[in-house]
Each structure stands twice: as C-alpha cells, then as structure tokens.
Design a protein around this ligand. Structure first.
Ligand code: ADP
Length: 278
C-alpha cells in the first residue's frame, strides 16, 4: 500500500508474525531526480567547451586559415578550453571515487604541518602571475588528525585555488592551522582556515555553494577555469572524515572557509606499568 510518501510492505515472517518494512519513496524519488539532474548537468558542462572547440576549428579551417596572429590567439583559447574539459573529467572521477568509499572512514593518523606549504608549491606560478602572496600560520602544538593525505591535499588545493580565483590581484591569501578543543557534541579537531581578500559572496548563495555545478557567477567561474565541482568535492571529503565545513563571507571584504578535521585520539596513558615483585 502507498501511505502518503511511505511505502509499506507487509511480509509474513512466519509464526503468525507480520514484518512491516517502510521505504521512504519520496527520498528514493529525490535521489533518482538528483542523479538524473547530475547527468544532465555534467553533459551540458562537457558540451559547452566542446562547442567552443568545434567553433574555433571551423574558423581555423575557414576565415582564419591565413591569419597567423588570429590562429595563435584561437589556439590559445582552444588549449584553455581543452584543459578545462580535462579538469572537469578529473573532478567528475574524483567525485565518484569519493562517493564509492564514503562509508569507509579514514583510519590513518596524519600530521597536517607542512601540508599547506606543499599545496602552495603546486600553485606557486598562479600566485606569482597574479602578484599574490600566501601566508601560512601553523600553531606550534598541532596534534595529528585522522585523515587521508591525498584527500586533504585535494581539499586544500580546491580551497586555496578558489581564494586565488575569486580574490584580487596583489592581495594575500592567509591560511591558519590550529587545534580546536572539543565543544558541545563536536570532537576535538584541527581547524584549517583559508581567508582571502576578494569580493565576497552574497549571503543568499552561501547555503547552496557546495551543490554540484552551483556558481554565483557562471561566467566568472568559467573564465577562471572553474568546473563548479570544487566545493562539492570538498564537502564530500569532509563528510567522509566526519569533519565540518564552515563558510563565512563579507561582500567587498572577502571569504573565510574553515575545514575542521577530527584529531586522532590521544594515546592511552600507560597506566599499567610493570609490577615488580617485592
Ligand atoms: P568553481 O569551479 O566555479 O570555482 P566551486 O565549487 O569551487 O566551483 O565554487 C562554487 C562557487 O562558489 C564559485 O563559482 C564561486 O561563485 C563561489 N566561490 C567559491 N569560493 C569563493 C571565494 N573564495 N570567494 C568568492 N566566491 C567563491
């Protein structure tokens, strides 16, 4: 029987007992709907750079064939579009990999000290070309966390790249890494905060930023080479780590994104020392 949004199955479990199973069909329909939307969005996102590439190929075969400066400019645009497409495919694959093991909690201990500097190195050229600075402040007493190293690198890479993409030329991106004590139902964590001096995000967009392909300004995101999946990947990785993601922003001042990763349990104090016989 369908009862409102609930499906009720009655199963004769033998011995005169009836087992009743509930299945929330609304939830199932929503999940299916999200899957269908996601495939449609992903296809659209892949088709856009392809259409640009086809357009330029036609132009190069026709009117621009003999125009050397135009050819150089068009090939440059085509290369950027191809790179964005390739990043999009990488991001789609990352998302599905995270989805596959989302129920497997990471178990390794990881020291976060030095990890932001590692990410900074991979982005050094972009910092330089934009005359930006990366400032890293790490607390001296950083406890280890329980985390997957590659996934933490990906989270920090996505967040520092966003600070670069949406910040302003000549400004500083500041990253702080510090322990956060346990509080009201939250475990002791290490908090990593990435702060930029960009244009900020209007408040009404904040709740939707981690949705796949959600962008405040699509044109700007595309122009900066964005895929619209960076924060969705961050959210999924943070959830897998049972961590937290906080985004604060002030229009005209900048954005602060914090990731809280649970600390590794402190090693049990060696209560049992050897008992020497008298
Ligand atoms: P994208 O590839 O478009 O950057 P993300 O998922 O990383 O995708 O981010 C989603 C949207 O959130 C971006 O398109 C941008 O509008 C906004 N955003 C993310 N980080 C920042 C930031 N530091 N400052 C301003 N806007 C941001």
């Amino acid at each position: 029987n369908a009862v409102g949004a609930w499906m009720v199955y009655a199963v004769n479990a033998g011995g005169g007992h009836v087992l009743v199973l509930f299945d929330d069909i609304t939830q199932a329909r929503m999940t299916e709907r999200m899957r269908v939307d996601f495939v449609a969005n992903a296809s659209h996102e892949l088709r856009t750079p392809l259409a640009t590439l086809s357009g330029f190929i036609e132009t190069l075969q026709g009117p621009a064939a003999e125009d050397a400066p135009a050819r150089t400019r068009f090939l440059d645009i085509m290369q950027k579009e191809a790179q964005r497409m390739s990043r999009l495919i990488d991001d789609l694959l990352s998302l599905s990999r995270i989805e596959i093991d989302k129920h497997v909690r990471p178990s390794a201990q990881l020291q976060l000290r030095g990890i932001v500097a590692e990410v900074g190195k991979t982005l050094a050229m972009r910092f330089e070309s934009d005359q930006r600075r990366l400032e890293i402040h790490e607390a001296p007493d950083l406890p280890p966390v329980i985390a997957d190293r590659d996934q933490m690198l990906q989270v920090l890479h996505n967040l520092v790249s966003n600070a670069l993409k949406y910040g302003r030329t000549g400004t500083t991106v500041t990253v702080t890494v510090a322990p956060e004590p346990a509080a009201a139902g939250q475990p002791a964590s290490v908090r990593v905060t990435i702060a930029d001096a960009g244009d900020g995000i209007p408040a009404e967009h904040l709740p939707r930023l981690t949705e796949r392909f959600y962008r405040v300004d699509s044109q700007r995101s595309r122009k900066m080479g964005g895929t619209g999946l960076g924060l969705a990947i961050v959210k999924h990785i943070v959830e897998r780590h049972r961590g937290r993601l906080e985004i604060e922003s002030r229009l005209g001042e900048g954005t602060k994104v914090s990731v809280l990763v649970p600390q590794a349990p402190a090693p049990a104090a060696s209560a049992r020392t050897s008992i020497s016989s008298a």
